[in-house]
Design a protein around this ligand. Structure first.
Ligand SMILES: *[C@@H]1O[C@H](CO)[C@@H](O)[C@H](O)[C@H]1NC(C)=O
Ligand SMILES: *[C@@H]1O[C@H](CO)[C@@H](O)[C@H](O)[C@H]1NC(C)=O
Ligand SMILES: *[C@@H]1O[C@H](CO)[C@@H](O)[C@H](O)[C@H]1NC(C)=O
Length: 222
C-alpha cells in the first residue's frame, strides 16, 4: 500500500514549489557573501537592517493577537509533556526547524530554555533566522534536541531528516510532530533516519489538529 496519499503528495509538491521559488528569490536578492552562519544574521547581512526592524515591529503586533497566544500555549503543553518524559529540559540546546513565525521558539523560551534557535527559509526576526532546512548552517552534533512540526512541507523529506539528524549530538533527540498517522506512514518517516532509533511515539492534539509525535534518539554516527 502506498503509505502517503495523493492529496498529501500534491500538498508536498505545491509546498516544494513555493519553497523552491522563495529559495530562488532569496538567491537572486542576496549575494553569495551573505552566507548564513551560526552567528547569522550579523556582519555580512547588515544591509537589510531597516527591513528587519520593520518586520520586528510587525511581529510584535502579531504576538499580541489571541491566535498567536493560543498556538504558543498549545506548543507549551506539548513541550511540557516532552519535559515530563525526559526528552527536554531547561538546559537543552534546541533547534526548531521550519519554525514559521516562531510559535514553538517562543514557547520554549517562555518555559525557561535559554538556548533555543529557530530557522526557516524565510526569516522572522528576532525569533526565527533565515536558513534552508535542507542545508542547515550548523556543525554536526551541536544540539541536544532538534524539533520540527513541518516535515510534511519539505520537498525532500529524506534530506530534511538527514540534516536534523546530523545537527543532533549522540544520544540527542530529533522530535517530529506530523499529521496523525498510521504505523506504515510512521515507518516511512522513521526510515529516513539512518543513525537514530524510535524511543517514543504518541498521538497529541495541538490546537484543533490531531497529530502524531515521534522521538528519535541518535545512537550512532555514519
Ligand atoms: C500532555 O499530557 C497529558 C497527560 O498525559 C495529556 O492529557 C495531553 O493530551 C498531552 N498534551 C499534549 C499536547 O501532548
Ligand atoms: C525552568 O526554568 C523556569 C524559569 O527559570 C522555571 O520556572 C522552571 O521551574 C524550570 N523548570 C525546571 C524543570 O527546572
Ligand atoms: C494515532 O492516530 C492514527 C490515526 O488516527 C492511528 O492510526 C494510530 O494508530 C495512532 N497512533 C498511536 C500511537 O496511538
Amino acid at each position: 500500500m502506498d503509505s502517503i496519499s495523493h492529496s498529501s503528495l500534491n500538498r508536498i509538491a505545491y509546498a516544494g514549489l513555493i519553497i523552491a521559488s522563495i529559495a530562488a528569490l532569496l538567491a537572486i536578492t542576496n549575494p553569495r557573501t551573505c552566507k548564513p552562519s551560526i552567528s547569522f544574521p550579523h556582519a555580512s547581512c547588515q544591509t537589510n537592517l531597516r527591513r528587519v526592524t520593520t518586520i520586528e515591529n510587525k511581529n510584535k503586533k502579531l504576538w499580541s493577537t489571541k491566535e498567536w497566544r493560543k498556538r504558543v500555549d498549545s506548543f507549551k503543553e506539548l513541550f511540557h509533556n516532552l519535559t515530563a518524559n525526559g526528552f527536554l529540559s531547561n538546559d537543552s540546546k534546541v533547534l526548531c526547524v521550519s519554525a514559521g513565525a516562531g510559535h514553538e521558539v517562543m514557547a520554549l523560551k517562555e518555559m525557561g530554555l535559554k538556548n533555543v534557535d529557530g530557522v526557516e527559509i524565510v526569516g522572522s526576526p528576532p525569533l526565527v533566522k533565515r536558513a534552508d532546512p535542507h542545508d542547515l548552517p550548523f556543525s554536526g552534533g551541536v544540539f541536544d534536541v532538534c524539533y520540527s512540526a513541518h516535515l510534511a512541507e519539505s520537498l525532500f523529506p529524506s534530506r530534511f531528516v538527514s540534516e536534523i539528524e546530523r545537527t543532533v549530538r549522540l544520544m540527542g533527540f530529533c522530535i517530529l510532530t506530523v499529521e496523525a498517522c498510521s504505523d506504515e506512514k510512521l515507518a516511512r518517516v522513521t526510515g529516513f533516519f539512518r543513525n537514530s532509533n524510535l524511543v517514543f511515539v504518541g498521538n497529541v492534539t495541538l490546537g484543533e489538529d490531531e497529530l502524531t509525535q515521534m522521538v528519535m534518539r541518535r545512537e550512532s554516527y555514519s
